[in-house]
Design a protein around this ligand. Sequence first.
Ligand code: NDP
Length: 255
Amino acid sequence: MSSLALEGKSALITGASRGIGKAIALRFAAEGCDIAVNYVTEAGRDNAAEAAQTAEEIGGLGRQALCVEADVTDPLAVEAMVANVIKTFGKLDILVNNAGITRDRTLKKLAKEDWDSVIAVNLTGAFHCARAVIEHMRERQYGRIISISSVIAQMGNIGQTNYAASKAGLIGFTKSLAREVARRGITVNVIAPGFIATEMTQAILPDIMAQIVPTIPMGYLGQPEDVANAAVFLASAEASYITGQVLSVNGGLYM
Ligand code: NDP
């Protein structure tokens, strides 16, 4: 038996050009998985180059990589992306809904577009991706769907009503879908990270971060690799009997 946890599998990871998504992509590749690296074209940023860099690193691990541009808020783009991935790899075993954004403001100041954009990417984006892969997974009687929620879904946070609602929505979505497909060999789970050192948390003001860190029982931020370790487990054969669950990776911040 191979010692690699994901030998011969293929995965689509949304938002995989950087941060947690990239860490999951590289860890999956190290475990023998071919990877579709989703990214989105964004003004003022060369996301294609970052995705190509991730793909190169996956190639360096001996696995196939496919860069696929698609905004997860666009259902047609997502369908085309999934069709491309299945055609290229011949199958799709694992979907990781990782793409996410924040637009933090207290409710008093929260514009409707801040609400809509966060729900559209974080929650509706996961719906588009899951819907695009589910028939393929049902036909093959195999699949792993892992969505990246947040400790904020479990605890709430000032200035994050939109983000918390989107991430809590992912948990309810996951539990319902898990029930729908449990008899089809498909597991559906959530990872709820705490504060992880990425560009997303770099945007938090230093004095706010100085208040956050002491509230983490372990006393430090997690690394993207900490989340990737949990994702490999949920995607692996060892997690075959685990579905509809929320796995917290948060240094003890929420218990
Ligand atoms: P980053 O901001 O570093 O990365 C976010 C990723 O999402 C990017 O790769 C980005 O793609 C992608 N993305 C954003 N919008 C879209 C879109 N419309 N379509 C496709 N992709 C999109 O964040 P993190 O790595 O920190 O976060 C990854 C996930 O983990 C998010 O869902 C986040 O909410 C969640 N999370 C993060 C925590 C943290 O402390 N960092 C804690 C808990 C949860 P591109 O690079 O192409 O712009």
